[in-house]
Design a protein around this ligand. Structure first.
Ligand code: ADP
Length: 485
């Protein structure tokens, strides 16, 4: 199928290695399809490890020159890349929706709000300040320099095919690192379109490469190649754990944004309408396929009826369909495996006493469409309370006390996002401090932006993206002891 782009050159079926656009040297390719109907969009190169090595070699050479540029020069390139993404946001959104399925308005939101990480880190590039510390004796001074870690490898997921790239490339390139990116095999076209714009913005050859192909061999090359200093990954906890093990021999730096199991808590003093609005965004955005999606909705007993009724009214207003159609609020799930997980969680909840209020089956649109689903009477023992559903299932668990709900919310090996709605200021402080999560949304269902440190604790990962802290993962401290003064 062809995508009606204003600038057709943004859609490419070539990989971007060492500043060159290449076809598959072996002739091996893999298909990228539209999750709406399974139709073919493009065949992209299935690169083997020798090509990945070439990208890493080029990244190593280019990084040294890139790091020697002034921060202002690097900032100007990143700012140009940002401007080009914003100027081409409609086309990038269309490519994104076609390969991923989310509604076009959401796709455009993703493109623009995550391009902001390039703008932000272009600004931060100029503020990588070191320190001068008084010496341990009168003849010494202590200097602290911040230097780029070097060659970075990035692995990104399909749920934000565009935004997860600018979030990683922004701080890396600002710090003076180079990057080789392996995008998710479901959604490489957004990554390649970003590379077209990176080249146009003047990112030097080799500083940013996109290698498409099978995940495991490329991941192994990243983990074992001594020239790679750091791996930054967003994806499942299982793959994150595997990368950590493989990268252990080389003591590589790691940033991991992994799975979540976000609690979304509604207290009896909450503004219920606001809580419903927040739950809709947090639960149903991207058809429930975000790592910060509300997975477990806890509502205090006295307000559970009112909350549930209002939530159902909003859920009935969701419209399923092709992401490019006007007015569509939910696209298909990414694949059959995603549907199977949803089905498993729904069946488990219903078998154990949950009450189905709406949805509960695949949509008559066919394919991988699943109806937005609300189940009441859910308990902590059900699968949906323990595992990330990553699909449009809103399970409602009622609770009695603040203490009870904090214990339930923290009863998870994950600790990425969490949300709660309350108006009592003392409660807001107590609960914010008690939740075991890297991020807490208080009276909001949307927490990600470039000015804030995004990331998780526990098995949700390590490192932060965004904010002044986001660049630290791409920098090493060097202490210089200056003596003889
Ligand atoms: P999901 O289950 O949501 O697809 P994954 O963690 O499997 O999440 O995928 C996230 C990213 O990790 C994708 O780019 C995928 O191709 C990649 N990936 C999956 N398995 C591996 C692996 N063994 N090594 C490196 N990357 C991997």
């Amino acid at each position: 199928s062809t995508i009606p782009l204003k600038d057709p050159s943004l859609l490419t079926d070539k990989a971007f290695v060492a500043g060159e656009w290449i076809s598959s040297p072996t002739g091996k390719t893999f298909a990228v399809t539209d999750p709406f109907d399974g139709s073919l969009i493009a065949n992209v190169p299935d690169l083997d490890r020798t090509v990945v090595q070439k990208a890493i070699d080029a990244a190593e050479a280019a990084q040294k020159l890139w790091a020697r540029k002034t921060a202002k020069e690097r900032a100007q390139v990143l700012k140009r890349w940002y401007d080009l993404i914003v100027a081409n946001a409609d086309d990038l959104a269309l490519i994104l929706t076609t390969e991923q399925g989310k509604p076009l308005a959401e796709a455009k939101g993703e493109v623009v709000s995550n391009a902001a990480y390039l703008e932000w880190f272009a600004e931060e590039a100029k503020r990588i300040d070191g320190d001068i510390i008084p010496g341990a004796n009168p003849g010494q001074r202590i200097m602290v320099l911040k230097q780029p870690v070097g060659v970075c490898a990035a692995i990104t997921p399909w749920n934000f095919p565009n935004g997860m790239i600018t979030r990683k490339a922004g701080p890396a390139l600002a710090a003076g690192c180079s990057m080789i990116l392996k995008p998710a095999s479901q959604t490489p076209l957004s990554a390649l379109a970003l590379a077209v714009l990176a080249e146009r913005a003047g990112v030097p050859k080799g500083v940013f490469s996109v290698v498409t192909g099978e995940a495991k061999p490329i991941g192994l090359e990243f983990c074992h190649n001594p020239k790679v200093a750091k791996i930054t990954f967003t994806g499942s906890t299982g793959v994150g754990r595997w990368l950590m093990k493989e990268a252990a021999d080389g003591i590589k730096r790691l940033s991991l944004e992994l799975g979540g199991n976000a609690p979304f808590i509604v207290f009896d003093d909450a503004d219920i309408d606001a809580a419903v609005a927040g739950a809709m965004i947090s639960k149903f955005r991207n058809a429930g396929q975000t790592c910060v999606c509300a997975n477990r909705i806890y509502v205090q007993e006295s307000v559970v009826e009112a909350f549930t009724e209002k939530l159902l009214a909003k859920v009935s207003g969701l419209r399923l369909g092709r992401g490019t159609e006007e007015g569509v609020s939910q696209g298909p799930l990414i694949d059959e495996r995603a549907v199977a997980k949803m089905e498993e969680h729904v069946a488990d909840a219903l078998a154990n006493g949950g009450r189905l209020l709406t949805g509960g089956s695949k949509s008559d649109l066919g394919g991988n469409f699943y109806q937005p689903t609300v189940i009441a009477g859910v308990t902590q023992a059900m699968k949906v309370a323990k595992e990330e559903t990553f699909a449009p299932l809103a399970p409602i668990i009622s609770f009695k006390t603040e203490e009870d709900v904090i214990a339930m919310a923290n009863d998870s090996e994950f600790g990425l996002a969490s949300y709660f709605y309350a108006r009592d200021m003392a409660r807001v402080w107590r609960v914010s401090e008690a939740l075991e999560a890297g991020m807490v949304g208080v009276n909001t269902g949307m927490i990600a932006n470039e000015m804030a440190p995004f990331g998780g604790i526990k098995q949700s990962g390590m490192g932060r993206e965004g904010s002044k802290y986001g660049i630290e993962g791409f920098l090493e401290l060097k202490y210089v002891c200056v003596a003889g003064i």
